[in-house]
Design a protein around this ligand. Structure first.
Ligand SMILES: C[S@@+](CC[C@H](N)C(=O)[O-])C[C@H]1O[C@@H](n2cnc3c(N)ncnc32)[C@H](O)[C@@H]1O
Length: 261
């Protein structure tokens, strides 16, 4: 098995998404809930999140990514899509100083949106029970931004998994496309965009879409992302900006279906 450090360092174009085989076959919901609980208790990141007052272990994915690429700095304006329960926003609030605790540093902004309820987060503007993909919700985000634009767009959004790998991949792809569309329309030149996906057939097109608008694309798998999970993070660095109204037309609307053969 690859070490976390190795997993981290690879710009993983061919990450294996097949995990270790379970010795026992789950026998229904009770059994899988039991396995989930067992895994939670044994997970050092779950314990660490509790100790450091993060709402969930996902906080460490963003912290690990930021420790490598240092893209969250005081004063930046950040959108966090799929923010519930709120650990990424907690991390972003600290790093961009949106609560203004460090009076010597510029104060940033964190906008947190989720379909689910989000308990208030000190230093973040929270849009709770709001579907990011809906035009009226995106209008609200734009209104909050006033005439300003974003420095960083984050998406840890994930649909309810059906368990059917290809279908789940297609569903998360649609969320990723919605994020790219919004990011390229409302980001400052030079901005960054980090999007969670579950790996699959649409990844090349997503990478291509990001490459069109950002100077660099990276694929990241932080150590705290479980190695058997298909989860990956696409990072677009250095938004090139939209040069003219005609280039708006090239904002991605969909990833064309891929011939599985
Ligand atoms: C893995 S969780 C995010 C965890 C979060 N980053 C944290 O650190 O606390 C994925 C979230 O995406 C949200 N989500 C899925 N589809 C969404 C949508 N269309 N609009 C807003 N949120 C969505 C889910 O409700 C869920 O809360």
């Amino acid at each position: 098995m690859k070490s976390p450090a190795l997993l981290w360092t690879c710009i993983c174009r061919n990450i294996s998404t097949t995990g270790p085989k379970l010795k026992e076959v789950p026998k229904g919901k009770d059994h899988s809930s039991h396995l989930w609980l067992k895994r939670q208790f044994a997970d050092p990141y779950v314990q660490k999140a509790k100790k450091e007052n993060y709402r969930c272990r996902s906080a460490f994915k963003l912290l690990e990514i930021d420790s490598k690429i240092k893209f969250l700095r005081p004063g930046l304006k950040v959108l966090d899509c799929g923010a519930a329960p709120g650990s990424w926003s907690q991390v972003a609030v600290k790093l961009v100083n949106s609560h203004g605790y460090d009076s010597k540093q510029p104060k940033g902004l964190v906008l947190s949106v989720d379909k689910l309820p989000i308990y208030p987060i000190d230093g973040a503007v929270v849009l709770s029970k709001c579907d990011f993909t809906q035009p009226d919700i995106q209008d609200r985000l734009v209104t909050i931004l006033k005439d300003d634009k974003l420095d960083v767009v984050l998406s840890d959004m994930a649909p309810n998994a059906t368990g059917m790998r290809e279908m789940d991949h297609d569903l998360i792809t649609q969320l990723a496309i919605a994020v790219i569309r919004f990011a390229v329309t409302y980001s400052k030149p030079g901005a960054d965009c980090l999007i969670k996906i579950w790996d699959g057939r649409n990844r090349p097109q997503l990478e291509e879409s990001i490459t069109r608008f950002y100077s660099q694309v990276k694929i990241l798998k932080p150590p705290s992302s479980r190695s058997h999970s298909a989860e990956l993070f696409l990072l677009g660095r250095g938004f090139k900006g939209l040069k003219s109204s005609s280039s708006q037309k090239s904002v991605p609307t969909d990833v064309p279906p891929v011939d599985p053969s």
